[in-house]
Design a protein around this ligand. Structure first.
Ligand SMILES: NC(=O)c1ccc[n+]([C@@H]2O[C@H](COP(=O)([O-])OP(=O)(O)OC[C@H]3O[C@@H](n4cnc5c(N)ncnc54)[C@H](OP(=O)(O)O)[C@@H]3O)[C@@H](O)[C@H]2O)c1
Length: 310
């Protein structure tokens, strides 16, 4: 198939493009930067330069590539200050709203048969009931104030993609990424915070996190490109874990001292309400549907071992 990847140069894109190429697909990889074209060629893609927020550029890039499938992996998360979550997610929110709409219009014009988009499974589900959620479970209708616009943008993306009746609209609710090119890798930002004991355990650390190794996320995406059906898939590992368990274990893996424990009101000072909610109330996700319907299984089934190999 001809596959158009928006976000081909990012943490997930760099894992995804070579896997699509190895599976025999012709990949067109989008970037804003002339200078990243060589990297895309090396990964095996045809480079395409376009700004996702410019509808004319997106329409032209897609019409030239004439893809069978579009993959939307656009984000601009960078380094997030948890106290300013809303501000720091604003560029990503635009990519998830306007960027999604431009890619969908361009895809409709050339009649793509499938449209696969990155959603965000970690921290999306309602913080009531069981610890681990399936795709049919309700999403959080009252997120922490700083997270409201992020959740609204994810909902926009999901509704627009799954609601597109002219294509097979697939959304992948990835867990929190770790591994090469992500913020959770040796020397990268979040691992360093944990190693330097600047990532404390807030409250009871009862929030449950679902992780996914970036290579496993890419493998699941290839499967979704090839035979995903309209709907949402949790792309997470087999082992959702409370912060109180995974954080001390990761600190030990990194050779760090045990994380500090702080009460919620102190946690709020450095991580904002959003950080406190993630640490104490978040729900994890189940990969039962993705493993069953995509014939995919993560090679790193648990972050507890996966972190050591990251
Ligand atoms: N599920 C998760 O846990 C999750 C999800 C997303 C990100 N993250 C993490 O967050 C960290 C940073 O991610 P990130 O979002 O800053 O960057 P990233 O991984 O570098 O990916 C961003 C991608 O979007 C493209 N892009 C952004 N704005 C664009 C625009 N206006 N037009 C065209 N393309 C555009 C970039 O292309 P060019 O720059 O080449 O134009 C790049 O390919 C990483 O550690 C990543 O793993 C985690």
């Amino acid at each position: 198939m001809r596959v158009f990847v928006a976000g081909a140069t990012g943490a997930i894109g760099r894992q995804l493009v070579p896997r699509l190429v190895a599976a025999g697909h012709e990949v067109h990889g989008m970037t804003r930067s002339e200078s990243k074209q060589a990297m895309l060629s090396e990964l095996g893609a045809v480079p395409v330069v376009a700004d996702a927020l410019d509808p004319g550029q997106v329409a032209e890039a897609v019409s030239r590539a004439r893809p069978d499938v579009i993959v939307h992996e656009l984000t601009a998360i960078g380094a997030v200050d948890m106290r300013h979550f809303e501000r720091d997610f604003a560029p990503t929110n635009r990519l998830r709203t306007e960027g999604t709409d431009h890619l969908l219009s361009a895809g409709q014009a050339v009649g793509v048969r499938r449209f696969v988009a990155q959603s965000f499974g970690a921290f999306l589900y309602a913080r009531t009931g069981g610890a681990v959620k399936g795709e049919e479970d309700p999403l959080d209708s009252s997120p922490a104030r700083e997270m409201r616009t992020m959740v609204a943008a994810v909902r926009h993306l999901e509704e627009a993609v799954m609601g597109a009746d002219w294509t097979e609209g697939v959304v992948l609710r990835y867990g929190a990424f770790y591994g090469p090119g992500t913020a959770m890798a040796p020397g990268a930002e979040e691992f360093e915070l944990i190693r330097r004991r600047k990532f404390p355990l807030v409250g009871d650390g009862g929030g449950v996190w679902s992780f996914i190794h970036i290579a496993d996320a890419a493998e699941a995406t290839v499967a979704a490109v090839e035979h995903g059906s309209r709907g949402a898939y949790n792309v997470v590992d087999d082992d959702p874990a409370p912060v109180a368990e995974w954080l001390p274990a990761l600190a030990q893996t990194l050779g760090a001292k045990k994380p500090m424990r702080v009460p919620r009101f102190i946690g709020r000072l450095f991580a904002g309400e959003a950080g406190v909610v993630m640490m104490t109330e978040a729900r994890g996700a189940s990969n039962a549907k993705a493993t069953r319907e995509l014939s995919w299984h993560p090679a790193h089934p648990s972050s507890r071992q996966g972190f050591a190999a990251a």
